[in-house]
Design a binder for this molecule. Structure first.
Ligand code: NAG
Ligand code: NAG
Length: 252
């Protein structure tokens, strides 16, 4: 009797302690231990746990919904190579980003670097566009809605950060200084509405031409798209990391 009462008290104290220690851990966070021999696997699980929260957004961190992902604007101005074009895409909505398949995670704690490999089965993009110029000698102009479906996308992300002492929490935090993204698209179908002031014959011919040559078009758009996406995810990540210290996210 006496001993089991002690054990109960002990268990109660333990669980109270655990409750206090984990009280500030929100449900979207899976904590990984720095010395976990399977740390990469643990981080993989914690990113997968984050997925539904990325779909809805995380209001507490001012992270908006990523489904669809809103990109305000992408500007492309190319004057050399096969594509000499000035184009602006605005009000871009990208659907499908949270259906990623996480293939690998490699964390390098000493160098504050995380390397991710992802696979995206499909992305659907809708935007407003305005363009003028030449693609493979063919003049192109138009303004209206742009649609694109992209499948079989391999993504490599390399997140380079640094540590700093937060004045707010008085603890060490991680901050992303460079979010490198490389997208490798397997297949694309694109359609630009209202090319050449809505001239159907010219417009249909140009849309066929664009789809036949989408790799050349995509290569021109790629750097601007990758930069824009990496800026967005750098901002999201830093909202996240500024809230939680390194000892909270990656305790010993
Ligand atoms: C993209 O896929 C959607 C849904 O399957 C389809 O309605 C749309 O026509 C496709 N767009 C293009 C440009 O292929
Ligand atoms: C757009 O292309 C059409 C057809 O080639 C041409 O008549 C028109 O002048 C062009 N508009 C601009 C703004 O370049």
């Amino acid at each position: 009797m006496h001993i089991s009462a002690h054990i109960l008290t002990f268990l109660f104290l333990i669980s109270a302690f655990v409750a206090v220690k984990t009280r500030n851990i929100p449900p979207f966070l899976k904590i990984c231990h720095r010395n976990d021999p399977n740390l990469n696997e643990c981080i993989k699980q914690s990113i997968n746990l984050l997925r539904p929260y990325l779909k809805t957004g995380i209001p507490a961190l001012q992270i908006p919904s990523c489904e669809p992902l809103h990109v305000p604007q992408i500007k492309i101005s190319e004057s050399v190579g096969p594509v000499s074009i000035k184009s602006i895409y605005t009000d871009i909505k990208i659907q499908g980003g949270t259906s990623f398949i996480l293939k690998s995670v490699k964390i390098d704690i000493d160098n504050n670097r995380i390397r991710l490999k992802l696979y995206l089965p499909r992305l659907e993009m809708n935007a407003r566009y305005n363009m003028e110029g030449k693609i493979l000698m063919m003049p192109i102009n138009g303004t209206g809605l742009a649609h694109g479906n992209f499948t079989d996308i391999d993504v490599i992300a390399i997140i380079q950060g640094e540590r700093y002492q937060s004045r707010r929490t008085d603890e060490t935090h991680y901050r992303v200084i460079d979010f490198y993204v490389d997208l490798d698209v397997g297949q694309a179908n694109i359609h630009l509405d209202n090319l050449f002031n809505g001239d159907d014959t010219l417009s249909n011919a140009m849309n066929l031409f664009l789809n036949d040559n989408w790799k050349i078009v995509a290569a021109e758009i790629k750097p601007a798209l990758e930069n824009t996406i990496s800026e967005i995810f750098k901002t999201f990540s830093n909202k996240f990391y500024s809230k939680f210290s390194l000892d909270t996210l990656l305790p010993l």
